[in-house]
Design a protein around this ligand. Structure first.
Ligand SMILES: O=P(O)(O)O[C@H]1O[C@H](CO)[C@@H](O)[C@H]1O
Ligand SMILES: O=c1cc[nH]c(=O)[nH]1
Length: 235
């Protein structure tokens, strides 16, 4: 039991799929896992553990933003001996090179955030995915005949801003898309020597305003979910 996750030690699998949205976690538990146990409901951020093709997997939300995933991923790694976290999120595409529903595998996360510096004295504004999950996701995508693009994304503290298309760090690293958590997940994993990957489904295209609906953000992310689960069974 940790401050924010009420599960007992041993109730959480070695691999955790982590969406931002608690209802996406429930959807995965209800539709993809068998023998599901609700292992934590602290703050209504439900964590479930179940089986996917016989492999024990947990799924639970990170909440939105760096502070929130910073807490949940740290507690999972340190209090529950989790080895691997795969974030399964949504993101906004910075250009029309991307289309809604495109799948991204985050190789690097760039951020203006001071989280890595002030938590672990990790300097710099770019952090890589950690461990072998990233490569396994790419291999598994090939086997499933799924298109996935390895890319550098922007992890932002900001969802709404005055000039969405004009962000310095995006230009500096040619970031393809924006989300709000990968940088902190990678920083925690780097500091703790754990495995961390982030796959993202493009939910909106910033310059055109194309977007998928809130309901679709909860449920229409099946290829990303299946990719994460098919990767989890190899780990
Ligand atoms: O769909 P999730 O995983 O929550 O990810 C994205 O969506 C949220 C913003 O709407 C942020 O958490 C961002 O990172
Ligand atoms: O963080 C996010 C997620 C989806 N779309 C955005 O514009 N930002």
């Amino acid at each position: 039991m940790s401050v924010h996750i009420a599960a007992k030690k041993g109730d959480i699998a070695k691999i955790v799929l982590q969406p931002g949205d608690p209802l996406r976690a429930k959807y995965i538990a209800d539709n993809f896992l068998t023998d599901v146990k609700l292992v934590s409901k602290t703050r209504n951020v439900f964590y479930f553990t179940g089986l996917y093709k016989g492999k024990e997997v947990s799924v639970g939300a990170s909440g939105m933003g760096i502070p929130s995933i910073g807490i949940y991923s740290y507690e999972l790694f340190t209090e529950f001996d989790v080895d691997t976290i795969i974030r399964i999120g949504t993101c906004g595409g910075y250009s029309t090179d991307l289309k809604v529903y495109d799948l991204l595998n985050v190789e690097f996360a760039a951020s203006e955030s001071t989280y890595a510096k002030y938590s672990w004295e990790i300097e710099g504004d770019l952090i890589s995915h950690q461990g072998n999950a990233f490569g396994l996701l790419n291999d598994t995508a090939k086997e499933l005949d799924l298109n996935i693009k390895s890319t550098t994304i922007h992890t932002s503290d900001v969802f709404y801003r005055k000039n969405p298309g004009q962000v310095d760090i995006v230009k500096k690293y040619n970031c393809s898309a924006v989300e709000m958590e990968a940088f902190a997940l990678f920083a925690n994993a780097q500091y703790l020597g754990k495995n961390a990957a982030t796959i993202l489904t493009v939910s909106d295209i910033i310059p055109t305003g194309d977007e998928i609906t809130a309901d679709q953000r909860e449920t229409a992310l099946t290829p990303m979910i299946e990719l994460a689960l098919e990767t989890a069974i190899k780990m």
